[in-house]
Design a protein around this ligand. Structure first.
Ligand SMILES: NCc1[nH]cc(CCC(=O)O)c1CC(=O)O
Length: 324
């Protein structure tokens, strides 16, 4: 009989035993959080979890260029604090929005399998459709592109110096709505976000990394936890995707070596190859596109971090001083 009494009771949804997940409130963040919950539920069916929506400084200030405000930290800072305070047990991020140097005590506990890492061209209604293979040449002469990303701006301008740019930021849906307003002929958005939100019908062309190198970590969802919370980290390790982690390690090492800010147009993209190899490509540019340096490095997957550091250092060394 005593064995019956010692059986664990199912914690209710409000039970303190429920794992608390921190997330931003945007539709994309919540979808990505649901993906993490589903992955955990698949390995631990019935595991009690509760979402805690955290409002971040980045979400509260939608009107100014992200780069002018202090960059990536803006979205993550409040979430890191909620973790360190013990308010949540782990938190879900888009890896590309996560600074390369995390605060002391915070670790990336796992990453989900990578979604399509490429950028997509989204046209304003009424803008003539592009040739699928040649999205840049077919953008209208001197057309105004809406973006907040200096990486996308620099690469477009490098190919098409006639284009003009205006600030278009906010959540994915907000940006698509503002595109209807007639201020812009097109914008660029990550395919991953559009897919997760069920908005792929808005894609006019998917841009190959040869034409538009993605941001480091683009398409990868990352989960952070307290570094010393071994229990939570062991659980999350079970849903870690090794291929995405490898790409994340190499791409983030490039960014770290560049030590650039959000104002620095830089990209990095790692492709695992058969036979344990990795092809890493990185790009550093001037925001106006007048300078753009692209390099690739092929090596062993086991050297991912070292390759990233080396490639970042090479780009730095071979770029004019005003770039960084
Ligand atoms: N900076 C916003 C952001 N952060 C992550 C994504 C897309 C999803 C991803 O890359 O995993 C987006 C939107 C976009 O750039 O189009």
């Amino acid at each position: 009989m005593s064995a019956v009494l010692s059986l664990p009771t199912w914690p209710s949804i409000d039970s303190p035993a429920a794992l608390r997940l921190g997330t931003r409130g945007s539709a994309l963040a919540r979808t990505q959080t649901r993906m993490v919950m589903e992955a955990l539920d698949a390995i631990r069916p019935g595991l009690p979890m509760r979402q805690e929506v955290i409002s971040t400084a980045g979400d509260r200030m939608q009107d100014r260029r992200l780069a002018d405000l202090g960059g990536k930290g803006l979205f993550a800072k409040d979430i890191h604090e909620a973790l360190l305070d013990g308010h949540v047990d782990f938190a879900v991020h888009s890896l590309k929005d996560l600074e390369t140097e995390l605060p002391r005590g915070i670790a990336i506990a796992c990453v989900l399998p990578r979604e399509d890492p490429r950028d997509a061209l989204v046209l304003a209604p009424g803008c003539p459709p592009t040739e699928r293979a040649l999205p840049f040449p077919s953008l209208p002469e001197a057309g105004r592109i809406g973006t907040a990303s200096v990486r996308r701006q620099a690469q477009l301008l490098h190919a098409r110096p006639d284009l003009r740019f205006g600030l278009l930021r906010g959540n994915v849906r907000t940006r698509l709505e503002r595109l209807e307003g007639g201020d812009f002929v097109a914008t660029l958005l990550a395919v991953a976000g559009l897919k997760r939100l069920g908005l792929t019908h808005r894609i006019a062309a998917v841009l190959e990394p040869e034409a538009m190198l993605p941001a480091a970590g683009q398409g990868i969802v990352a989960v952070t936890a307290r570094e010393n919370d071994h229990h939570t980290r062991a659980l999350l390790a079970r849903i870690d995707d090794p291929a995405a982690r490898l790409a994340a390690r190499a791409e983030r090492a490039v960014l770290h070596a560049l030590d650039g800010s959000c104002r620095t147009p830089a990209g990095a993209f790692a492709r695992p190859l058969p036979g344990g190899e990795l092809l890493l490509t990185a790009m550093l540019a001037r925001p106006d596109g007048s300078f753009l340096l692209r390099r690739s490095l092929r090596g062993q997957q086991a050297d991912a971090a070292r390759m990233g550091a080396e490639l970042g250092a090479a780009l730095r060394a071979d770029s004019p001083e005003d770039i960084l």
